[in-house]
Design a binder for this molecule. Structure first.
Ligand code: KIV
Length: 295
């Protein structure tokens, strides 16, 4: 019989590390990863036993309301990484390197990766790109910082890709992606996110690598899966990618709760007796007497 982890067992679980994800792949166990940007979500994900939490730069779209991830800064990331780190004890914490935090120079990339660990409380970083990021990946890992790669639809290059579209559907592009994945592994990545690529290509990449692949819109053949938590919860109404499954409809529930609250306030139903702070009759009488004497 399989044991379903409950919140008590997962609260006491051991800290997940970059190495444990690799061991999970070797043991044929699927890896679960989700995004978080705040303390209560991190608490809930950790309690649910999710293996890895990504503080993604999707923050820009689903929390800060930008059109894409490009405006997200290191300061934005650090602010939200710190909140997540305060909430999660066991999950592996991965901080996304935002646009322009690793592209300008290698020393700047190492410094910014270090800030995500030192100030943000993360265990590892993720950065987008393939062969053009090998030197950067090597330098960050040489500083003792685990690096997760990200191939396929890389949202920071949305302007170059011509939109949020599936990638590597042509043989030449697919071959390049396979090569990039192998090069990232050799450069020291401990895992690679594969976003929005054909399932059979993702499966091929996964079986070619020792390190785990974490898929998003890349089919069931990856070693693990990641979703943007706001998509999973139905919290981000503006857009839901075709590959995301909604496990709840929290935006609709929020609107309903706010409407009910508004009605209760307008009808005088809230606050009720149980939400009201009492004062002893004797103290009240003392106050009235003092006030009466004052006038
Ligand atoms: O920013 C993010 O949330 C991501 C995931 C979609 C992998 O990069």
């Amino acid at each position: 019989m399989t044991t379903v982890p409950n919140s008590t067992t997962t609260l006491n679980r051991k800290k997940v590390t970059a190495l444990s994800l690799r061991n999970k792949k070797a043991a044929g166990e699927a890896i679960s990863m989700l995004t978080a940007y705040d303390y209560p979500t991190a608490l809930a994900l950790d309690q649910a036993g999710i293996d890895a939490i990504l503080v993604g730069d999707s923050l820009g779209m689903v929390v800060l309301g930008y059109e894409n991830t490009l405006p997200v800064t290191m300061e934005d990331m650090l602010h939200h990484c710190k909140a997540v780190a305060r909430g999660a004890r066991s999950a592996l914490l991965i901080g996304d390197m935002p646009f322009m935090s690793f592209q300008v120079s290698i020393p700047e990339a190492v410094r910014n990766a270090g800030r995500l660990l030192q100030e943000g409380g993360m265990d590892a970083v993720k950065l987008e790109g393939g062969r053009e990021r090998l030197e950067t990946t090597r330098a960050i890992t040489a500083a003792g910082i685990p690096v997760m790669g990200h191939l396929g639809l890389v949202p920071q290059s949305v302007n170059q890709l011509g939109g949020f579209r599936p990638q590597a559907r042509q043989a030449a592009e697919a071959r390049r992606l396979i090569e990039d994945a192998l090069l990232l592994e050799q450069a020291g990545c401990f895992a690679i996110v594969l976003e929005s690529i054909p399932a059979r290509l993702a499966e091929r990449v996964s079986s070619s690598l020792e390190i785990p692949t974490i898929g998003i819109g890349a089919g069931a053949g990856c070693d693990g899966q990641v979703l943007v938590t706001h998509d999973l919860l139905g919290l981000f109404e503006r857009f839901t990618p075709r590959f995301a499954r909604r496990y709840a409809e929290l935006h609709a529930e929020m609107v309903q709760a706010f409407e009910t609250y508004k009605r209760d306030v307008e009808e005088g139903v809230f606050p009720a007796q149980e939400h009201t702070i009492d004062m002893a009759d004797s103290e009240w009488a003392k106050l009235i007497e003092e006030l009466d004497h004052a006038v």
